[in-house]
Design a protein. Structure first.
Length: 334
């Protein structure tokens, strides 16, 4: 479900001197999700960073009635797409094509009808799903001359599976413009890194073990050492449920309108930018382990770390070939 809510910021900051380098540490909540940022700078940039994120809110928050995406969803014919929406839309269409529709920002009606955690599953009928297929699908929309064109006005966009990654990229781009050489940006679990941490090492980012609904998770299954990449994880934060002794992720297949049923519980993806990593992590949760491994084995521009459940219910790990170079430490996955 959408994580991009009304722009609300509750934040704090801290300055640390590490040798000759000064690091700022900012944290708080925005869009109803947690953020944490550490970056080398003699001055604190939190206020300016939040200004950049307010621009993001004005474009892509579905709970801001005046945002670009909200106006498009309401079929406001006067709205002209802004650069942020255009960037997200173009990347979404690209990933949709590459994954044959496993990623799709028009999937919201299917997600909503099933309800969070599939709580409405007893009420969903094949007729309901079939009726929605007329206006769900990335091929039913395109952009022309600064306008979004829909084949059916009932088509709506939900950018929550890609927008958090973009928000992290936006902060990274701002810090790059300010000449910041070292940073770690994390917004809602989606991460961008560059340079070194305050200890002079690569940034160490943990991958959490998937947990059942309502269970607090602080168990790390692996630690990655990252520099100048984006990292996104899907699964850990959406959790899974258990049915007939088997674990399943809460994921809807946009092509069918029905929940997927496979063993993949978590997909962590490394890409050149976090928006791309975010979209692929979501895609892989739809595709499942076998198809996802086939994809990453033939596309060397991304790397992935998969956690899945075996026939006995134990956690197992699968990785793309290039993931080993990022692996700093791996714990027992069972």
């Amino acid at each position: 479900m959408a994580l991009l809510l009304a722009f609300i910021v509750v934040s704090c900051s801290e300055t640390k001197n590490e040798g000759d380098m000064v690091y700022q540490k900012d944290s708080g909540t925005m869009f109803h999700t947690i953020y944490s940022m550490t970056y080398s700078s003699p001055v604190n940039l939190q206020e300016e960073i939040e200004t950049e994120l307010k621009k993001f809110d004005g474009s892509l928050s579905m709970f801001n009635d005046t945002s670009t995406i909200s106006r498009i969803n309401k079929n406001d014919t006067t709205v002209q797409v802004d650069p942020l929406f255009t960037k997200l839309f173009q990347k979404a269409m690209e990933i949709s094509q590459l994954t044959d529709g496993a990623f799709d920002i028009t999937v919201a009606p299917f997600v909503n009808i099933w309800g969070f955690g599939f709580k409405n599953s007893d009420k969903v009928t094949p007729a309901m799903i079939d009726s929605m297929k007329a206006f769900v699908g990335y091929k039913k929309v395109h952009m022309k001359d600064g306008k979004v064109i829909k084949e059916d006005p009932r088509t709506t966009f939900d950018a929550s599976a890609i927008a958090k990654g973009l928000s992290s990229d936006i902060v990274a781009e701002y810090l790059n413009r300010k000449g910041v050489d070292n940073y770690m940006i994390e917004i809602g679990g989606e991460v961008v890194t560059k340079g070194k941490n305050p200890k002079g090492e690569l940034w160490h980012i943990g991958i959490s073990k998937p947990v059942e609904d309502s269970v607090i998770n602080n168990e790390i299954i692996a630690v990655l050492a990252l520099d100048n990449v984006g990292l996104a994880t899907s699964g850990n934060y959406r959790n899974f449920y258990i049915k007939d002794g088997k674990k399943y992720a809460h994921t809807i297949d946009p092509s069918t309108g029905y929940p997927v049923q496979h063993s993949l519980l978590s997909a962590s993806v490394i890409a050149k930018d976090c928006m791309t990593a975010d979209a692929f992590a979501t895609s892989f949760m739809v595709m499942g382990l076998e198809k996802s491994m086939e994809y990453v084995n033939t596309h060397r521009d991304i790397e992935a770390y998969f956690i899945y459940s075996d026939s006995t219910g134990k956690y197992q790990i699968a990785m793309s070939p290039g993931m080993n170079k990022y692996l700093y430490k791996e714990m027992n996955g069972n």
